[in-house]
Design a binder for this molecule. Sequence first.
Ligand SMILES: [Zn+2]
Length: 419
Amino acid sequence: MKNRWFNFLLFICLVCSWAGAEQKPKNVILLIGDGLGVNQRIATSSYLGRPLEMDGGIKTLISTHSANSAVTDSAAAATALATGKKTNNGMLSISPDGKVLPTILERAGDLGMATGLVATSTITHATPAAFAAHRQNRNDELGVALDFFANKVDLLFGGGRELFLPPAKGGKRTDGKDLIAEFQRAGYYYLEQKAQLEELKALPAIGLFTDAGFPYAIENDGTLPTMHDLTKKALELLSQSPSGFFLMVEGSQIDWTCHANDPAATLFEIVAFDEAVAEALDFAKTHPDTLVIVVGDHETGGLKLDDGDPRALRSMKTSSRKLAQILNQNRNKAHELFCDYTGICPLPEELEKLMRTGNLEAAISKFLSEEAGLKWSTGGHSGAPLPLTAFGSGAELFREATDNTHVPQLVAESLGIEL
Ligand SMILES: [Zn+2]
């Protein structure tokens, strides 16, 4: 009898520990679409004619206001997503009264988890910066680079080479430091070309593929790695860590294309981001102890969905800004080029009217947006709530998330740590 009870209790304990292990993720992948609102997601899904990879999983809506504004900027939003605390616009993981706020990446690092940041802006831009830097002003990107070095982030992939180099080496560092050399002396592999990704087999590593930010995804001629390439490599390397990892991947330029109200560039940017999400979800399928969260930091552009069909933009070959340059340089062939680059042929007099406007890029974007049924209400950010989707181990917890500060709080809870 005693033995039966003992076996029963042992069974219960095994079930409990198994359930606990199921709940607690080993790896966390946080994918942030900068500027990614609900209508951006719906428009991209219509454009593709299928649901996005990021649209499955546990769904909720979160608010995004900052400590001093109903409409956040990326610095305050990323601070909320990294630290679970609100701060003022422009500040990076520092409280409004100047206190350093610990980040979820730093806490994960304290646990022995490997850490990584991937972005297509400068890697020192506001969103990645808030995870591993503490600065009063987001424009202090030179200082952010110093914080990344001090913080020993295991993997950094993005743009912004010039922020790590002194002027003598073509950089912008006013302190004269060659931070790339310092990273290398500290044992980091350094890469700056897509082909080098293939050869990279271990961490720590810093990959700075452009001087400033990447070009838009729609303008990437294949010489630069895509968000998907970077995410795939990051997962391959970080998953070598026996204690798991924390990875943040930012689709940085959704924000920039939405600021420009450029419909095709925006759709391409979100498709590229969704391909990175697909890679993360594939990884989570083979590593079920992985939590994947997809969220925006704020909405950009005040995008509304109007009569029209985003599939009208399926033949687009470049952004409005590139097309404006091409048309301005070849005015006598403008009509032919417009049809070729967009797959949409306006009447010649319609195009002539566009060409007469003071800002051709904006006129092209407006024309294409109308064709696709997309209507922008601002060139800035809006305070709209954002969809969040969560997948895998610990995802259930995210049903409770109603504010951006809940994201790292729930990640910390799922990992069993304090922020
Ligand atoms: Zn923005």
